[in-house]
Structure formats: structure tokens, C-alpha cells
Design a protein. Sequence first.
Length: 516
Amino acid sequence: MQVRLVCAHPDDNVGVVSRPEGLPAGAEPVNGPPLIEAVPLAHKATLVDIPAGSPVRRYGEVIGYAAQDLPAGSWVREELLEMPTAPPLESLERATRPAPRPEPLEGYTFEGYRHADGSVGTKNILGLTTTVQCVVPTVNHAVARIRQELLPRFPNVDDVVALTHSYGCGVAIQAPDAAIPIRSIKNLSLNPNFGGPPLVVSLGCEKMQPDRLYPAEALAGGGELPVVGGAPTVLRLQDNLGFQASVAAILEFAEKRLAELDRRRRTTCPAADLVVGLQCGGSDALSGVTANPAVGFAADLLVRAGATVMFSEVTEVRDAVHLLAPRCATPEIADALIREMRWYDAYLERGGADRAANTSPGNKRGGLANIVEKALGSSAKSGTTALNFVTTHGERAPRRAGLGFAATPASDFVCGTQQLSAGMNMHVFTTGRGTPYGLALCPVVKVATNTPLAQRWPDLIDINAGPIATGEKTIEDIGWELFRFLLDAAGGKKQTWTDKWRLYNDLAPFNPGPVT
């Protein structure tokens, strides 16, 4: 049986094993030397002799320097590489090579929920926002009762979701970085997959008062429950007579709002109304040659259709920023991208860490030698179009804006939460090692980087990009498959596995500020 090592660029001096069982010592790839040792699935083998101190190249970029002589056919592992320094931010090219405006892609639609402000939801959800962790058990109790007692009467409502978090009190609320979790929680409650303004459940004495989330004039006051209108409604538990009265007040609000949401219907919307967040988690060394490039191809299709597409994860972009800054549409956008990289460098330094702390044991078992290799593969999700916007942590992304970078940490659940704050109504998540991660607020389309994972988890993986590695399908084939699946899932015609099983992670707004 002929086998081929997967190479991402003609200048690469390593190739990746795609055979599910790996390759034994003595195997003879058709495009490389005989292996002098066994190499597992998704791990790298040298294509030529690489002397100590010489660059090891993947994606046409230096991912490290050989810590010792690496003969042709060697297994390349983390401990055999010295990591290069990160690209210096002060000397990056800025907006020197933005791609021309792509040819429009017209005629693609989905069935969504149109809001008065023009935004579109892919779900019709009742939202409850909490201002502080203290109220979460009460709200969760109420949500369980709403699902059991009320929701069955309103079949056109998808769910009720409580925006719970660990923020709100015991924090330095005036600290500069406090703006990030406050902005994130506010914008979470305005996600278009909510059918309307939420009920804001407050304790009453917490530092993050409701008027920190919303202008005072927008709040329907006190502990009363006025007729549901266009503004958030506030319920303060300390204004109510005990636990049962508080739960009853939440249920009263829910019943009124559910009746309103139940009258909503899906209408035909252009693909331009999608706001798609791209993320990877449990990555392996095949991520950058199968799933992520296929997602990048789908991202290009979405941009051509007029949609908003955002990639994130600062530490998984930092070592590829020299490839991204030239793609920015304007120098000002490039400056904003560099600003986010610089802010996160300083944030990690304050914590006594650096970008090398990102890679996990699973990443390394999946063949990723370091964060440089991981970032170069991760950035493939961005496709080829120009970067048209950059948003900072917790900020809302513009609609119908094309490709942009939404700054977030790389942690799966924190990134997902922050992308929801940016207005995401569809989520694409690539994985090589596998994770049951999901979000209640929007459909999560899970894309496997390799066929063995897709076969092990047939009831968790929506799209298998593994056939790209074996040549059975192309990046374009999987990209189109993903694009069409996104439209069907956004319109309710198909259901993601995470929605079928209700596999929903807790929300985790990013808080870089001090806790007192």
C-alpha cells in the first residue's frame, strides 16, 4: 500500500502522517525517505536531513529549530525543536496585500428570525440575564420550571437560556479591565438568537448594578413586571418576599414573553444575515491541512455572500500575525489587529506566562510541536479574503461586514462566550482530538480533522474533513459541504449533534480584571 506524507507547502522539510494507524519504522512514503522510526497519526517526519540549529519548516514557515541533528525519516517531536521568537509587532507590514473584493455569491438563503433592528436569529430563545453569581441558583430553578411547565405550551420557542456567570461582585468594578466582562455580559444579552430583550435578574446589592449593563432610561424599573415591551425588565430578588415569590415573578415574566415569542415565524433571509464565529479546539497537526483550510474556503463563500465571519483566539493568531496584517483592508485595521496582539502579550506577561503556555497535552499527542505550528494551522480558518474589521474583547461585530478578527482568549468556552457577545448566530468548531463542547445560544457545527475521530464519534461530528488528507475529497468539496450545512442548520432544516443532545457548556465571560 502506497502512503504519502501530507505537506502544506513546497518549501516544507517535514510531512504529516495521515494513515490512521500511523507508519512503522521502515515504511517508505512515496514522497519522502524511508522512516527510521515509527511515526503516529498526525505527527511529522523529516523529508530531508536537518542539521542541529537549522530551521524546521511547515506551511512554508519556520516552526522551530532542530535541537539536534534530525536525519531524514525522523519523527519530529516537541522536545526536538527550539521555538522561534514571535513575529515582532513593530515591523509588520500593514495592509500591503489585501485581497481584491471577491465576486459576489448570490441566491443563497436560510429561514431565520428577523428583528426590527435588521439583525437575524437562527434560534428563537427566551433569555434571562443575571448580574451576579448569587442569583444563579434561583434563576436555574426557575428555568427548570419554565422548561417543564411553560415551554411545552409554546412550540415555536426553541428554549429558555439563563446567562449565568461568575462575575458581578467581589470584583474591582472600576478597574480599567472591568469594562471587558461588563461589555461582554451586556452584549451576550443582546445576541440575535434571543427573541427580544431579556429579564435582568439582580440581587440588589451587587457591584454590577443593572444600569452598568444598560442605560438607566432603557430599564423597566424596580422589582415590578410591567407589560413586556422593547426594554430589558429588571427583577431584584432582595425586593421580593423570599424564594418562592422570586421564582413566581420570573415565571410570570416568562409566560408573557413566551406568548410573544411563540407568534414569531421564520422568514427567508439572505446568507448575508449570518454572523459566523470560527474556532478550533482539541487541535492536531492535521487541523491546518484538512478542517481549517476547508473552513477557510467556506469562510470565503460566506464573505462572497455578504455575511460576517470572525475568527478569534489571540494566542493562536499571534505567531501568524505577520501573514494577517498585510491582508488587512486598511492600515487602520492592521493597527487594530496589532493593538490586540500587543495587549494580550502584556496580559500574559502580567500573569507570568507567555504564548507557549497555550498548547495542551492533547495538542502535543496530536502532533503539534508548539504554539507556532498550532497558530499557523489555526489561521487557515480565515480563508483568503481581506480583513475588514477588528473588534476588541466583548465588543459587537458589524453586520454584513465580511471577514474580521474578534479578539478573544483561545480557551474554547471563553472564546465561544466572547464570540456570542460579538453577535455570533452560527458557530463552526474544528477538532482533531475531539470534544463534546457546545453552546445553548447558537448551533455549533463540529468539523473533524481526521476520519478516525469522525468514525469514533459519529453522533458528535457533523462534518468529516479527514478525506482531504487521504485525497478522497478536496478542500473545496468539504468547504461547500460545510457552507450548505451552515445554511440548513441556521434555517432549522438540519440539527447539529450538540443541539440534538443539548450538550451546552456554561458561559464564561472573559475577566482579566482584579478580584477583590
